[in-house]
Each structure stands twice: as structure tokens, then as C-alpha cells.
Design a protein around this ligand. Structure first.
Ligand code: ADP
Ligand code: MG
Length: 410
């Protein structure tokens, strides 16, 4: 079935057309009809399968039809809760693009910036608010934002939004919303505990959509290499040099390591940027923009930015360090292979990370393919580094060779 055959508003179809979206992805096919009917939905579908449009299309359509009979704005109708600023911006952009020909307005609300312009924007009339919890609650408690008109609550990255850090916020929020609302949950990963929490937040039976057996997107080929901690930089150097034109996203465990890997790459004349929680919001957005438009080819990130981010054309994801939380493996490798594109993910696993690898494999319910390497291959990667100053291993080896050379007598 094509979008043109859908029972959605003409203006949304025009938006879909402008984006070049012709037919729905699986999750869109399954969730659009129940959402249009007003049902509660819990949708689990792999990364990059178009979950944003799966809720944006029906919500925009409903609100567009509603607004046709409405002469004045009467408050926020739909609230989308997301974990990060980046995601708030990205999702509001999807609503704005799809809703370009509608009268529906969407606004992204997040902290770390002045609130006065946000209040002004809200006063001018916002139908769909995409928000992180902190700033939203600030504005509610100051009386600038009212939630009593909200018909639809959407939790994107739902398992994360219902997890320890956010659950209190969400429970408080739900108390302030009309009881008769529609609630939608979208995520690539979920567990039974979170599922029961989700059920506790809704009145009606939830429709469960696609629950993939393998949470890793089928568009992503992923494998692991066994590499010692101190050698990881040489292998990253090699991957970057072998794919000079590719956009590569590298995940590390900590902010400090992100900066260290950047410095290690700089020593071998490879340019990169970092993104992590210690960076100013403005500089995070700037870096993301440069990576999205290809000005930066190598981005080194902590998990902070993994969830939900849709960067065009990321061909490789490198897990320089394995993630501490197993489901983050799925979210990290899911930054490639998005939409109809294919992607490759490679994880570096050191001796001390082997227990983490085991946990991830248990979570995935299957082993990750191992890229085998004999000693010679391994050592040749290390020897080929352009890092002259730090190349003590090669120097030592050269020295050894020198020693064993039979000395010629004159
Ligand atoms: P998810 O939230 O499932 O990880 P996104 O909503 O971020 O995925 O979408 C992933 C990519 O797929 C985006 O780049 C989006 O533009 C593209 N996409 C979504 N729906 C369609 C469609 N129906 N046809 C073509 N591309 C689509
Ligand atoms: Mg998403």
C-alpha cells in the first residue's frame, strides 16, 4: 500500500511526497491505522525503521483535520517526550517537514538555553511540543505551559524514558494530563519490567507492534575484533585510512577517553571531533551539524548521543570500547544502516572487556561474529601506524633486528 492510498489528510500526503516517502515501512504500516483510531500503542521496531514518521504521520493528520474547523489556537495537543536536546530538535524537524503544508505547528523545547524566547513561542501557539523533561517541568511550574489540552502523549525511546532517571518525571507528568488521552510508546528495545510500567500508564489495552527477535537492525552487519586496550588506536587509524571517504562514528566509554582518542588520531594526522556530556549545548549541536553535512568525517562520541539520532550517511560505527549497558550496543550500531541504507559496525574487545561482550551476546540471544586475525595481521596493523613518536614497539623491533644482524667485517 502506498501513502497516497492512505486515509490521511491531503496536506500530510503533500509533505510525504516532498520528502520522497512513497510507501510505509513495516512499523509505519502497522502503527498508523491504530493511532488514527485513537488507540494506545506500544511499538517496538529496530533502529532506523522510521518510527518517527510512524507517529508523526497520523498525529499530523489528526491535528490538521481538527484545525480546519478551529479558528483559534487552544494550546498544546500533543506532547512528545525525548531524552536529549538533539533528539528534540531532530524529531521536531521531522514533524515540521512532514507538516510543511499543514496548519499544525511543532516546537522543540529543551534546557540549557534562555527560556524567554521559548515562552514567547509557546504563547504564539504550539500544537505539538517535543520536549526533554527538565525545561518542560520548569515552564509548567512557572505557569507558562499548560498541559490540560493534551490528547496524545508520545514517549520516544520509551524504555529509556521509563527507566530510573526519568520515570519519576513521567509519572508526575501523567498526573497532570487529561485521563482520556492517547498514549504511544516507541522504542527499539524493551524489557518485561519496562513493558509492565508502560501498561501501568495507560487505561486501554495496548497494541504491541513488531517485536523483532533480533534487536539489531537487519541492515547492519556487525562483528567484533579482539584487540588489546593499548592497541585500539592503531586499529582505528587503520579503519579510517582504509575508508578515507566514509563517515565513521566511534563510541568510547568516557568523556576523557573521547578526548584521548581524538588526540591519538590528531598525532597521526587524522582529523576528528568529539561529542559528550561535558560539552556546551551549542558546541554539541555545531559538531552534530558538521558531521551531518560531512564537514567532519570522524566523530568520537559517548553514549549520550547514541539514542535515536538520525545522521545521514554514517557508513561505519566503531565500538572503540564496548558499552557498559547491553542495550546500548543495539542503539550504537543502529546509527548506521538507517532507512533503506546498509551499514557496518565493528567492536573492539580487549581481554578485560570479554565479560561485557558475553553480556551483550546474552542480550542479543546470539553470538556476534568474530573477525579472526593471526598474529602477523595484528602486528602489521600496529607497525603501519603513522604515529612516529609513540611507535616504541616498532622501534624496539627494529633495534632487535639490528642486534641480530650479522655484522659485516670490513
Ligand atoms: P527510528 O526512529 O526507527 O530509528 P527514524 O524515524 O529516525 O528511525 O528514521 C530513519 C530514517 O528512515 C530517516 O532518515 C527517515 O528519513 C527514513 N524514513 C522513514 N520513513 C521512511 C519511508 N516511509 N520511506 C523512506 N524513508 C523513510
Ligand atoms: Mg527514533
Amino acid at each position: 500500500m502506498k501513502f497516497e492510498d492512505y486515509n490521511i489528510s491531503y496536506e500530510v500526503k503533500k509533505g510525504l511526497d516532498a520528502l520522497g516517502f512513497k510507501k510505509p515501512t513495516d512499523i509505519q504500516f502497522k502503527s498508523i491505522p491504530p493511532i488514527l483510531k485513537g488507540e494506545d500503542v506500544l511499538a517496538i521496531a529496530q533502529t532506523g525503521t522510521g518510527k518517527t514518521a510512524a507517529f508523526a504521520i497520523p498525529i499530523l493528520s489528526i491535528l490538521q483535520e481538527y484545525k480546519k474547523n478551529q479558528s483559534r489556537d487552544d494550546g498544546v495537543k500533543c506532547l512528545v517526550m525525548v531524552p536529549t536536546h538533539e533528539l528534540a530538535i531532530q524529531i521536531s524537524e521531522v514533524f515540521n517537514k512532514l507538516g510543511k503544508y499543514t496548519r499544525v505547528t511543532t516546537y522543540a523545547l529543551f534546557g540549557g538555553v534562555e527560556q524567554d524566547p521559548q515562552i514567547k513561542e509557546l504563547n504564539e501557539g504550539v500544537d505539538i511540543l517535543v520536549a526533554t523533561p527538565g525545561r518542560m517541568f520548569d515552564l509548567v511550574s512557572q505557569g507558562y505551559l499548560r498541559l490540560h489540552r493534551i490528547n496524545t502523549l508520545i514517549l520516544d525511546e520509551a524504555d529509556h524514558m521509563l527507566d530510573l532517571g526519568f520515570i519519576k518525571d513521567i509519572e508526575d507528568l501523567v498526573k497532570k494530563l487529561p485521563k482520556s488521552r492517547q498514549t504511544l510508546f516507541f522504542s527499539a528495545t524493551i524489557n518485561d519490567y519496562i513493558k509492565s510500567l508502560a501498561y501501568s500508564l495507560v487505561k486501554n489495552a495496548i497494541r504491541i507492534q513488531i517485536s523483532p527477535k533480533d534487536p539489531v537492525s537487519k541492515n547492519v552487519t556487525h562483528s567484533v575484533m579482539f584487540i588489546e586496550m593499548d592497541d585500539k588506536r592503531f586499529f582505528l587509524e587503520r579503519i579510517v585510512n582504509e575508508h578515507p571517504e566514509s563517515k565513521i562514528l566511534v563510541f568510547v566509554r568516557t568523556k576523557v577517553r573521547a578526548e584521548r582518542v581524538k588526540a591519538a588520531m590528531a598525532r597521526v594526522a587524522i582529523e576528528s571531533e568529539t561529542i559528550h556530556g561535558d560539552k556546551e549545548q551549542a558546541s554539541r549541536l555545531e559538531v552534530m551539524k558538521k558531521f551531518a553535512n560531512g564537514e567532519i568525517k570522524l566523530l568520537i562520541a559517548t553514549d549520550v548521543s547514541a539514542r535515536g539520532i538520525d545522521i545521514p550517511g554514517v557508513e561505519y560505527v566503531v565500538n572503540y570500547d564496548l558499552p557498559d549497558v547491553s542495550e546500548n550496543y543495539v542503539h550504537r550500531v543502529g546509527r548506521t544502516g538507517r532507512g533503506f541504507n546498509k551499514g557496518v559496525a565493528i567492536s573492539f574487545c580487549s581481554e578485560e572487556e570479554k565479560p561485557i561482550l558475553e553480556e551483550i551476546e546474552t542480550f542479543l540471544a546470539k553470538p556476534i561474529q568474530v573477525i579472526g586475525m593471526d598474529k602477523r595481521d595484528y602486528n602489521s596493523t600496529i607497525e603501519f601506524t603513522a604515529d612516529v613518536d609513540n611507535d616504541w614497539k616498532k622501534l624496539l623491533k627494529d633495534a632487535e633486528k639490528e642486534e641480530y644482524k650479522p655484522k659485516k667485517r670490513k
